[in-house]
Design a protein around this ligand. Structure first.
Ligand code: ADP
Ligand code: MG
Length: 330
């Protein structure tokens, strides 16, 4: 059974960066206002995510890493959102089949926290009382220690650290009420560092740099699509002075970090048509749609989504981007 679970877990957690994404989403779900990530050896030796969220109560620790244990599905209607949020209660469990997991946590009003370790879906020993300030720290050590082939492939390719920095950069410019940091283990300097309560543009400036931020324009759409579905978009797009060799598209739909290839291509087309001499664009967009209009791909690690009224949404965005680019270029 364990081997089967390990293979399944290896599908959910394909690389160190997939583990980091799951851990950050858990921290965000716990209403954290500060999330810091430490990574060693591209995440293979250590991934540590610390937050100041609501913590995990003592009673939940023994079952925390059993598959399908989740505190986030209480009502039957919530089943509707299972597909969009994906894999309820599987992330943490999966990590225990492919790495060594240690959870340190404290809930509001407690005098001390608890530390528990997990292997193969089970808690090892009783949780130990320990000092803790606020929130939860999850440590994944020796990821894929029991998957020799995976470890070897990952070791031979460039390590995941740049991917992790990229991921956290994206979260940081969207969740501006949360401060994020990301550093290599032992490094004095953080590679991503944002301060909560900064404006979106300030966050983009601190993550992507001044030369990006000063060439951005704000765009907004609010409209009612087919079937009375309200659709909102708020974002920043680069102008003709922005210089880059490749496109950066940071897309959140209903506050979830996703990819939408069709939308990305559609926007690139508008850029080429409107500003033929401009470089590849930088685009940040936050889209709000009725949740039942967002279709998440079945595969656990894919961020790719398709939308129910995709043509409507894409045409709207194309027209707003197009007119913004034209007016800025006059
Ligand atoms: P899911 O997020 O789909 O519920 P996970 O396997 O990612 O499943 O996490 C299992 C459960 O562990 C969550 O439902 C939540 O109750 C708890 N949990 C995990 N990480 C944190 C955290 N950082 N802060 C508070 N609770 C957490
Ligand atoms: Mg989760």
């Amino acid at each position: 059974e364990c081997v089967v679970n390990r293979i399944a877990a290896g599908e959910v957690i394909q690389r160190p960066v997939s583990a980091v994404k799951e851990l950050i989403e858990n921290s965000l779900d716990a209403d954290s206002t500060s999330i810091s990530v430490v990574v060693k050896d591209g995440g293979l030796k250590l991934i540590q995510v610390s937050d100041d969220g609501h913590g995990i109560c003592y009673e939940d620790l023994p079952i925390l890493c059993e598959r399908h244990t989740t505190s986030k599905l209480s009502k039957f209607e919530d089943l509707q959102s299972i597909r969009s949020m994906g894999f309820r209660g599987e992330a943490l469990a999966s990590m225990t089949y492919v790495g060594h997991v240690t959870v340190t946590t404290i809930t509001m009003g407690q005098l001390h926290g608890y530390r528990a370790t997990y292997r193969d879906g089970l808690m090892v020993d009783e949780p130990k009382a320990c000092a803790a300030v606020k929130g939860t720290q999850i440590m994944i050590e020796n990821l894929f220690y029991n998957m020799a082939a995976r470890r070897k492939t990952l070791h031979n390719s460039a390590d995941d650290y740049p991917k992790i920095v990229d991921l956290i950069s994206r979260f940081a410019i969207h969740h501006t009420h949360v401060s994020f940091s990301c550093r290599k283990h032992g490094a004095g300097r953080a590679d991503v560092h944002t301060i909560a309560t900064s404006s979106r543009l300030d966050a983009i400036r601190s993550v992507y740099g001044v030369s990006v931020a000063r060439n951005l324009m704000n765009i907004e759409v609010s409209d009612t699509g087919p079937l009375n579905s309200v659709f909102k978009m708020d974002g920043f797009i680069s102008n003709s002075n922005y210089i880059a060799k490749k496109i950066t598209m940071v897309l959140f739909i209903n506050d979830r970090l996703v990819d939408c290839g069709a939308l990305k291509r559609a926007i690139e087309i508008v850029y080429t048509a409107t500003l033929p001499k401009a470089s590849k664009p930088f685009i940040y967009m936050s889209i709000i749609l009725p949740p039942e209009h967002v279709d998440v791909n079945i595969h656990p690690t894919k961020r790719e989504v398709s939308l129910l009224n995709q043509e409507f949404v894409i045409e709207k965005i194309q027209s707003v981007v197009g007119s913004k680019l034209r007016s800025s270029n006059e």
